[in-house]
Design a protein around this ligand. Structure first.
Ligand SMILES: [Zn+2]
Ligand SMILES: [Zn+2]
Length: 465
């Protein structure tokens, strides 16, 4: 019998982790941190049912922290096996986990100062830089499309998931008695027709499919409409010589926005104007994207080979120092500043917002989901007054919230992703979505394919004969 334990991301979108027990081996698919919610830290500090000494292999679908964030913890607990992922995922995971380590360190230092003042003992870090380095050292590159034995009786193959650079769906063939079963873990599925990356590959045959359901409840705003709105904002800002601040996630969103700015310049929507990339993480991630050009879709591949994209982005400036970042606030020209963090709750973008929000002649583009409680969410909700660094600030800038640049497939695209494999009548398990999204997708899957998808609860175990 094959058993699958759910270690997170059931009924919610973070904390992905699926423990697969075969006859002869146990492998772990993803091991992400929990994000948001008051107990996220505590839950992210737990290995759940994972026993490092009984674990034969780890497979990582993509670099995002909600899929990779507990890997350093696993190393700290003594896991000595390999982490299989695409070369690009290993590259980006190193970046994101190192950043997670720095954030953890800063948070812990603050918390320990508070504890000392209260006469309490200091807390120890969950993991350190050595553990992050171990994830990198244990990384085994597995390119798309190649079967590889990862543990006794378990072979794996990765397929492009089109979500971020290197993202994959993971196919596992698990031996059991004299036969074997094929399990597919979707990872996060990207949208179709988006620039930069190829469209997600659909699984062809499986006995069991564990799929994400982030947008299981609805379709996103069509990309074409979002892009048209984005171009209108650029046009208007250039006409009124305004500055445009775009808070963006370092991995994926930043590169997508740069692509769209380049395209707008190439097609004459806006003239050449200064474009500042002001986030060390976003810069590092963009360099990682440039190291893996073999993963680009046909369009971007062509633009890179012809040198066209470099020409379009000739006015792109990478801001290195914090001092240089501050100096941008004194400039009076129309310009675009892309900076992190994506939800405006930390990073250099907060300084840019502090200098721009109170001005009428400024635009802020929020290019995605903003979690409750963040400055980004307050702006998206139309707040006319916010607080930055404890100082009240009036919002006179024009704030735009664009939701169609998501790296996730919408409901219709999720259904399409299942189209080929559905003919094999696999068991379908819905994960990585809140319950409303899972239920809505479950209903649609039943209506279209006649398959009753399962929605397991946290901690549940599924057996496959
Ligand atoms: Zn993701
Ligand atoms: Zn995810």
């Amino acid at each position: 019998m094959i058993r699958i334990e759910f270690c997170g991301a059931v009924g919610e979108v973070t904390g992905s982790g699926y423990l697969v027990h075969g006859d002869a081996a146990t492998v772990l698919v993803d091991f992400g941190a929990f994000q948001g919610g008051s107990d996220a830290r505590e839950r992210s500090a737990s290995l759940g049912p994972v026993q490092p000494e009984n674990l034969d292999a780890v497979l990582l679908s993509h670099a995002h922290i909600d899929h990779s964030g507990r890997l350093p913890l696993l190393m700290a607990a003594g896991y000595a096996g390999a982490v299989h992922a695409t070369p690009a995922t290993l590259d980006l995971a190193t970046l994101l986990l190192a950043d997670l380590g720095r954030i953890q360190e800063a948070d812990l230092a603050r918390e320990n100062r508070r504890r000392r003042r209260a006469g309490l003992a200091s807390l120890r870090p969950l993991f350190d830089a050595t553990d992050v380095q171990r994830v990198r050292d244990r990384g085994r590159a597995l390119p798309y499309g190649r079967w590889q034995e990862v543990a006794p009786g378990v072979t794996a193959r990765l397929a492009d998931a089109g979500h971020i650079l290197g993202s994959a769906s993971i196919e596992l063939a698990v031996g059991y008695g004299d036969s074997r079963r094929v399990l597919v873990f979707s990872g996060d599925i990207g949208p179709c027709g988006a620039p930069i990356l190829r469209d997600p590959q659909r699984p062809q045959a499986a006995d069991l499919v564990v799929m994400e359901s982030t947008y299981g409840g609805r379709d996103r705003e069509p990309q074409a409409r979002t892009l048209a709105r984005f171009r209108d904002i650029l046009r208007e800002a250039v006409r009124s010589r305004a500055r445009i601040i775009i808070p963006a996630f370092a991995v994926g969103r930043t590169q997508l926005l740069l692509f769209h700015v380049a395209e707008a310049i190439r097609e004459g929507v806006i003239p050449q104007l200064p474009v500042y990339l002001d986030s060390p993480m976003a810069t590092a991630a963009t360099l990682a994207y440039m190291r893996h050009q073999d993963l680009y879709d046909e369009e971007l591949g062509g633009l890179v080979r012809s040198g066209r994209i470099r020409q379009d982005l000739q006015s792109l400036r990478v801001v290195e120092s914090a001092e240089e970042s501050r100096s941008l606030n004194e400039r009076e020209e129309a310009c675009i500043i892309i900076s992190a963090s994506g939800m405006c709750d930390a990073g250099r973008v907060v300084h840019h917002l502090r200098h721009a929000l109170w001005r009428e002649n400024a635009h802020v583009i929020l290019p995605g989901y903003m979690a409750p409680g963040t400055l980004g969410r307050a702006l998206a909700d139309g707040a006319r007054q916010v607080e930055i660094f404890g100082e009240p600030l009036v919002v006179r800038a024009t704030v735009h919230h664009l939701s169609g640049f998501s790296a996730h497939a919408g409901q219709g695209e999720l259904l399409d992703w299942l189209a080929d494999v559905a003919g094999h009548r696999p068991r379908v398990v819905l994960a990585h979505g809140d319950d409303a999204a899972r239920m809505a997708l479950r209903e649609r899957i039943h209506a279209r394919y006649g398959i009753s998808a399962e929605c397991p609860a946290p901690g549940s175990v599924i057996s496959l004969d």
